[in-house]
Ligand binder design. Structure first.
Ligand code: NAD
Ligand code: UDP
Length: 342
């Protein structure tokens, strides 16, 4: 049985959140989704409803709109919040830092104020492995020192972690989970929901998928002189459905865990850029032309999660391997070449 019944999902029409929304609906939660659709389409939620046989309540609006939050929290008897909303592009954050601080930090302050006023004290926050910065170790545990973050997006995530720590310390009613994602990739196995980036994708796998269908001529591989097996960067790629299931596990765990908990959600395995490209080629049967390019500032040679804390405390581990990731990413891309606009 679920300890919470009605959950507000901010930014719930997006990539990771649409998969989490599906997992929560399938587990029996009632959901209210608040999304301003700045980087999403309501079509994702229509498909989530089709897959689950249950529709979330959808409200188009912004987390910085306090009156709207007050109304939603009261009207729907919300008991917990999954907070995904916010922009996430590192390059854009360097060009528009105020927008990142306004959405990610200001939006979270507003959300927490509205929650406290409505006596809703359970929050799961979408943080990122980016808060670990340029870590000295490669297998990263949650107690790793944080910092050395190189961009406003990462700093905004770090600031939210800090402010959530402060409010938890000030009021024992809060239950907060900081979920630090590694690299979410892939799509739901139905091929119905997946990542639908606006314009040219920043992240590796959506870019590889666009090269495979001829929307971009070639991939630039950023860095080929790292001390790794083939010279290219090694990261921890986690299937988005595994990540969604991690949210379900965290929501169940946090019910009996007052205070703040931190869980890294990753696989514990690292793959290089070229390994990823080859796995995508094998799953798709398409050739992915690439050229070796300069290192991208801010990247590290090798970084992957140490998944032990989440395994022990959430009874959760990622189950889907690299082949499943590529097969599902390709199914989504080939069935929806224009994303949700098709
Ligand atoms: P996404 O852009 O697909 O989802 C975010 C959603 O929030 C979108 O639907 C967008 O329309 C909405 N949104 C943005 N600002 C809003 C606002 N002010 N009010 C209401 N809605 C708003 O991104 P995603 O990849 O699914 O990421 C979800 C969360 O996970 C983000 O907080 C992101 O920073 C974090 N995260 C993502 C990654 C990644 O690689 N994708 C890695 C680590 C952490
Ligand atoms: N990468 C690349 N070409 C691209 C995009 C990414 O070689 O067009 C590399 C990048 O240098 C890193 C890895 O792919 O080593 C993962 O990058 P991504 O942007 O997907 O994830 P993040 O940096 O956010 O962890």
């Amino acid at each position: 049985m679920n300890a919470y019944k009605t959950v507000l999902v901010t930014g719930g029409a997006g990539y990771i959140s649409s998969h989490a929304t599906l997992a929560l609906l399938q587990a029996g939660f009632d959901l209210v989704v608040l999304d301003n659709l700045c980087n999403a389409s309501a079509e994702s939620l229509r498909r989530v409803a089709q897959l689950s046989g249950r529709a979330p309540v959808f409200v188009q609006g912004d987390i910085r709109d306090r009156a709207l939050l007050d109304h939603l929290l009261a009207q729907h008897w919300v008991q917990a919040v999954l907070h995904f909303a916010g922009p996430k592009a590192v390059g854009e954050s360097l060009a528009q830092p105020l927008s990142y601080y306004s959405n990610n930090v200001g939006g979270t302050v507003n959300l927490c104020q509205a929650m406290a006023a409505a006596s809703v004290f359970t929050l799961l926050f979408s943080s990122s492995a980016t808060v670990y910065g340029d870590s000295a170790t490669v297998s990263i545990t949650e107690d790793q020192p944080l910092g050395q973050i190189t961009n406003p997006y990462g700093r905004s995530k770090f600031m939210v972690e800090q402010l959530l720590g402060d409010i938890v310390a000030s009021d024992k009613r809060w239950r907060v989970a900081l979920l630090r994602y590694f690299n979410p990739v892939g799509a739901h196995e139905s091929g119905q929901i997946g990542e639908d980036p606006n314009g040219i994708p920043n992240n590796l796998l959506p870019f590889v998928a666009q090269v495979a269908v001829g929307q971009s001529p070639e991939l630039a591989v950023f860095g080929h002189d790292y001390p790794t097996l083939d010279g290219t960067g090694v990261s921890d790629y986690i299937h988005v459905v595994d990540l969604a299931e991690g949210h379900l596990a965290a929501l169940k765990a946090i019910y009996s865990c007052p205070g703040m908990e931190v869980w890294s959600l990753g696989t514990g395995n690292g793959y290089s850029v070229l390994q990823l490209v080859r796995a995508f080629e094998a799953a798709s049967g398409r050739h992915v032309p690439y050229r070796l390019a300069e290192r991208r500032p801010g990247d590290v040679a090798t970084c992957y999660a140490h998944p032990g804390k989440a395994a022990a405390e959430l009874n959760w581990i990622s189950k889907r391997d690299l082949h499943s990731i590529m097969r599902d990413a390709w199914r989504w891309q080939s069935q929806n070449p224009d994303g949700y606009r098709g």
